[in-house]
Design a protein around this ligand. Sequence first.
Ligand code: SAH
Ligand code: TYD
Ligand code: ZN
Length: 404
Amino acid sequence: MSCRACSGPVEEFFDFGRHPLSDAFLLPEEIADEFFYRLAVGVCKSCTMVQLTEEVPRDRMFREDYPYQSSMSSGMRDHFTRTAHQLMEERCHGADPFVVEIGCNDGVMLKTVAESGIRHLGVDPSRDVVELAADKGVQVLVDFFQRSTAAQIKEEHGPADVIYAANTICHIPYLDSVFEGVDTLLTPDGVFVFEDPYLGDVVERTSFDQIYDEHFYLFSASSVRATARRFGFELVDVERLPVHGGEVRYTIARAGHHEPTPGVAHMIAEENRRQIVDAAILEQFAMQVKRNCEDLVSLIRRLRESGHSVAAYGATAKSATVTNYCGIGTDLVSHIFDSTSAKQGRVSPGMHIPIRSLEDLSSSRPDYLLLFAWNHAEEIIAREAHFREKGGKWILYVPEVHVV
Ligand code: SAH
Ligand code: TYD
Ligand code: ZN
């Protein structure tokens, strides 16, 4: 196949096989019609972009009842409050600044911008979660961001000083339309800032569950700079973020309008030194993924055989990759507990593990909890302190399988 970003040749390095949609939590009567695709990842030999080799149609993933809500984690709420203040302080100096967010979800970031009285607009196609943003006083447009949406926004509101996106640009295969949209909408000196899971961290920590239908791209500074340049932009800053198991925030500006910080060249030099898209490194990653899966399944099997009960915590999108690739069904994990009401009373994609509320967790008292939301480990383990006080143990599988 050819690269979705630059049309160069793509070499596949891991095939997870037939997978369901990671955020498609099902009612029992929906199981018969479950949708599957082939989950596999490759790397572009020309621009180094790591990407899925099969694309799921966007309307299947981002639909009216898309269930993911950003505000479920207090750590993420804090992160986005800080982000909003930083964007307003650093990028909103003009007379009447305008901030656009792509993939605003439930308004976790724009809420703070709205409260500060700054002109803003959140663009997101998933109606139910966007309504939660509107309830917080956030201005919204229920749509996919692309060339035509950008033109429509500019027509109605004028140019944007900042275009921001978190955990969204990596969901969009059609980067040409995104960059052309940014080109249309952004002021001459404006910035396009986005943050997504970092390839360097995924490879280093074997966090293979970051690979699923919605995460079409796994970015690096090298692949983002190459893409930006093709559309007349430059990567002018990079910042590593500790959220979601390791991300990078990329700041993009029109070529020649902002001087790149030394951090950009530094991160690219580091990526070259580590050879993160080298065939040997990716092969090593693939072997480690297989090993972690085997370790996880054999640990849970041993626990079950010795009479322990095992459930899971966090019906994450990421967990669909783990359960379906490793073959973890209700014979190994009885339930998944999750705070999201839209997921409760349904079953997990593919392996059909029932999702229950956090209130049910205290009554069911499993011996072990497999932490699918490992990226929020500190917050969750603190919040569920009574589970450990009563002898419960957590199972984690990043960077390798361990019990705490
Ligand atoms: N920014 C939030 C939400 C991330 S989830 C956070 O970081 O927590 C990804 C969001 O992107 C979903 O709400 C989804 O509906 C939205 N999305 C997917 N494709 C999009 C597109 N083309 N344009 C705008 N939003 C999109
Ligand atoms: P997350 O890891 O943020 O993302 P993804 O679905 O993209 O992999 O999902 C966290 C899930 O865990 C979400 O469904 C909400 C749930 N959750 C809890 O049940 N309790 C908690 O304390 C937290 C922080 C999250
Ligand atoms: Zn490419």
